[in-house]
Design a protein around this ligand. Structure first.
Ligand code: SF4
Length: 275
C-alpha cells in the first residue's frame, strides 16, 4: 500500500514498476508523493535535468526503479561520491541522492560529511527509518535507545546520531528535518532546495520509521506512528528548553557559492596562472 492523496501524480513515476515492492504501509510512499507534488508545483514537466543516485537499503529503491529519471543505484555508502562525480562532470545536471540512515549515516558517513564540508552542489534526502530495514531491522546509528532489534534483543543501548546536527556543523547551505507526518512542510522543503537555493549542499532528513521492523515491534500501526510523530515533534525554534522531542524544521538556510562555482573559479585562476 502506498499512502497517497487523490491528486497524486504518477507522471514522475515509471508506471511499469508499480505497485512498489515496499511493505504494506511503508512510509516511503509518502516521500514519493511529496517529491511528485513538489515537482508538480514547481512546474517541472519532466525530470531530464535530474540524475538520482542511491546507495543500498529500502529507501534507495525510491529513485531506482520508481522515479522516471536517469538514476544510478550504487554500492552501499557510495552514493555521494558518485553524485559528486556526476556534478563535476556535468554541472548543468541536478544531482539528487536518496538513501537511508543505514547507508548515509553509517558506512557512507565520511562521504556525507566531506560533501557537506565542501558545500558540493548536491541535494541529499536521508530517509531515517531507524534501522537496517532491508536486512530485517538490525540496529543502525540512528536507532532510538531501548528499541529492541534482532541485534539488540535487550534494547539498543548506544546513543543515536543526530545527523542534522552533524551536517549543520559543516558548510552545507541548507539543513532541514521533517517527519512523514509533516507532508506539507516536507514538500515545501523539497521545493526550496530546487528553487530558492539552487547551489551548494542541501540536506533534508526525513523521519520515516520502518513500519515492519519499528512500528510493528512497538505494537503500533502506521496510523499510530503518524499520530506519535505529530505529538512528539517540536519545531527547532521552540525546542531549546525541551527534551525527548523530535526537533523538526529548517536548521540552516544559506546561499553561499557551492563547490562547483569555487572549483570553476579555481580552474580559471589556474589557467591565468594566478595565485
Ligand atoms: Fe519500508 Fe521497513 Fe518494509 Fe523497508 S522494511 S520497505 S523501510 S516498511
Amino acid at each position: 500500500m502506498m499512502l497517497v492523496d487523490k491528486h497524486f501524480s504518477r507522471k514522475y513515476l515509471r508506471e511499469e514498476t508499480l505497485p512498489t515492492l515496499f511493505c504494506p504501509g511503508c512510509f516511503n510512499g509518502i516521500l514519493i508523493n511529496a517529491l511528485s507534488k513538489a515537482f508538480e508545483e514547481l512546474g517541472i514537466e519532466d525530470l531530464r535535468r535530474f540524475v538520482f543516485v542511491s546507495g543500498i537499503g529500502c529507501s534507495s529503491w525510491i529513485p531506482s526503479p520508481y522515479i522516471r529519471a536517469d538514476s544510478l543505484h550504487t554500492l552501499h555508502g557510495r552514493a555521494i561520491p558518485v553524485a559528486t562525480g556526476i556534478k563535476l562532470a556535468k554541472p548543468e545536471l541536478e544531482a539528487v541522492v536518496i538513501a537511508g540512515d543505514g547507508d548515509l549515516a553509517s558506512i557512507g558517513l565520511g562521504h556525507l560529511i566531506h560533501a557537506a564540508r565542501r558545500n558540493i552542489d548536491i541535494v541529499t534526502v536521508l530517509v531515517n527509518n531507524y534501522v537496517y530495514g532491508m536486512t530485517r531491522g538490525q540496529v543502525s546509528p540512528t536507532t532510538p535507545t531501548e528499541l529492541e532489534t534482532p541485534t539488540t534483543p535487550y534494547g539498543a543501548f548506544e546513543y543515536p546520531l543526530d545527523i542534522c546536527k552533524v551536517i549543520e556543523a559543516t558548510n552545507a547551505n541548507y539543513v532541514a528535518r521533517w517527519t512523514i507526518a509533516h507532508f506539507t512542510q516536507l514538500k515545501d522543503s523539497i521545493k526550496d532546495v530546487f528553487s530558492r537555493i539552487t547551489r551548494g549542499f542541501r540536506f533534508i532528513e526525513v523521519i520515516a520509521p520502518c513500519t515492519t521492523y519499528v512500528s510493528r515491534r512497538l505494537g503500533k500501526t502506521p496510523a499510530d506512528t503518524i499520530k506519535d510523530l505529530l505529538r512528539e515533534s517540536v519545531m527547532v525554534n521552540k525546542a531549546k528548553s525541551m527534551k525527548d522531542k523530535v526537533i523538526i524544521g529548517v536548521f540552516k538556510f544559506e546561499d553561499k557559492p557551492g563547490y562547483i562555482e569555487l572549483y570553476r573559479d579555481y580552474i580559471k585562476r589556474a589557467k591565468l596562472n594566478k595565485r
